[in-house]
Write a protein that binds this ligand. Structure first.
Ligand SMILES: C[C@@](CO)(OP(=O)(O)O)[C@H](O)COP(=O)(O)OP(=O)(O)OC[C@H]1O[C@@H](n2ccc(N)nc2=O)[C@H](O)[C@@H]1O
Ligand SMILES: Nc1ncnc2c1ncn2[C@@H]1O[C@H](COP(=O)(O)OP(=O)(O)O)[C@@H](O)[C@H]1O
Length: 312
């Protein structure tokens, strides 16, 4: 592959159609049965050559751009530096993020930008890094980053980074209700552990069995059956997200009242996800949610879609 002068990568957000959370491990992570589903709502990351010696520079546009850190902690910047270090080259690049994924919303927006930056810099610098190596670098950046490279629907084991693609038929229609303000992922996992301790079940790996993927959920995905999928959606972090943000219950109820087949918190929240029967159903649930005053905005979208891909 030859180096390029400008590379744009489109990358999807995710919803977890099953988020089974096992016990707290000694390393501070939880073992998961995490069924990721990539949706068309996504970010774009454009890489252009940087000033030699200046390293990674960043820009971000979009309504929530002010919430995105533009320092060294940005996952896109970390991804560019990690890829450059792996190849022993200077990470001189400018990354421009067009942000549509809610920030700190439980839709893996930062992870998506990290994956997009790996793909964009790989093409810009003409490196041709094999996918298995990109997946390893992605796992170093965060548990959700490898899935953003793959897209589609996949089961994540371990802390979510060990991926197995899952068969899926057709297209499912979703609505995402964006909340005011985000939720911290570590805080939601901590609240999940606190609720387990308070219920007397314990929170450690010795007390909580490692979850398995639901056979009914996998069958619903393979069959392309939204009604069956609606009956199988689960999120073990939902109680914790609702405990930290009780008002989310009003949003979930408003979507169900508007005709959604099912409602759940997306990942660690606070974005709420609604499965609809079809595209028209999703549009009408989104309109009703917007009018309900229980969320800041609601977007109809669909999936599954591919992972981080060069568009131009
Ligand atoms: C909950 C999920 C569900 O897909 O996504 P979000 O809702 O945040 O998008 C993920 O597990 C989030 O993955 P990600 O956001 O990449 O987390 P990481 O950076 O790897 O870890 C951040 C922190 O989350 C907690 N963490 C994360 C993953 C995991 N399996 N167990 C954990 O306990 C740990 O406290 C960890 O220090
Ligand atoms: N490119 C990025 N986009 C958004 N947030 C980022 C990014 N890089 C780092 N972050 C940090 O990651 C935190 C979690 O953001 P995000 O990945 O959007 O949410 P979640 O982990 O809930 O899916 C943000 O609060 C922000 O401080």
């Amino acid at each position: 592959m030859t180096a390029k002068i400008r590379v744009t990568v489109r990358v999807p957000a995710k919803v977890n159609v099953q988020l089974g959370v096992g016990g707290l491990r000694a390393d501070g992570f939880h073992d998961l049965a995490n069924v990721f589903f990539a949706v068309a709502l996504g970010d774009e990351v454009t890489a252009t050559p940087g000033t030699p010696g200046r390293g990674v520079t960043l820009g971000c546009t979009g309504p929530d751009a002010h919430q995105v850190p533009l320092d060294d902690s940005n996952l896109a910047a970390r991804a560019a530096r990690l890829l450059a270090a792996h190849h022993g080259i200077e990470p001189d690049v400018h990354l421009e993020i067009a942000k549509a994924i809610p920030v700190a919303g439980g839709m893996a927006g930062g992870s998506a930008d990290g994956a997009a930056a790996l793909v964009a810099c790989d093409a810009l610098w003409g490196l041709d890094t094999p996918l298995p190596v990109l997946l390893e670098l992605a796992a170093e950046l965060g548990s959700d980053v490898p899935f953003a490279l793959l897209g589609g629907v996949a089961l994540g084991r371990g802390r979510g980074e060990l991926l197995e693609e899952l068969p899926v038929t057709g297209t499912f229609h979703w609505v995402f209700a964006v909340a005011d303000g985000g939720l911290s992922t570590p805080a939601v996992f901590r609240e999940c552990d606190r609720l387990r301790e308070a219920a007397g079940t314990g929170a450690g790996v010795d007390r909580v069995p490692t979850p398995d993927p639901s056979a009914a959920l996998l069958a619903a995905l393979a069959a392309g059956d939204p009604v069956a999928l609606a009956e199988s959606l689960t999120n073990d972090l939902q109680a914790a997200a609702l405990s930290l943000r009780p008002a989310l219950a009003d949003c979930l109820e408003a979507g169900l009242a508007a005709g959604a087949l099912a409602a759940l918190v997306s990942g660690s929240g606070p974005t709420c996800a609604f499965l609809a029967k079809d595209a028209a159903g999703a549009e009408s649930v989104a309109e009703a949610l917007t009018a309900s005053g229980t969320c800041r905005a609601a977007h109809a979208t669909h999936g599954p879609v591919p992972g981080a891909r060069v568009t131009g």
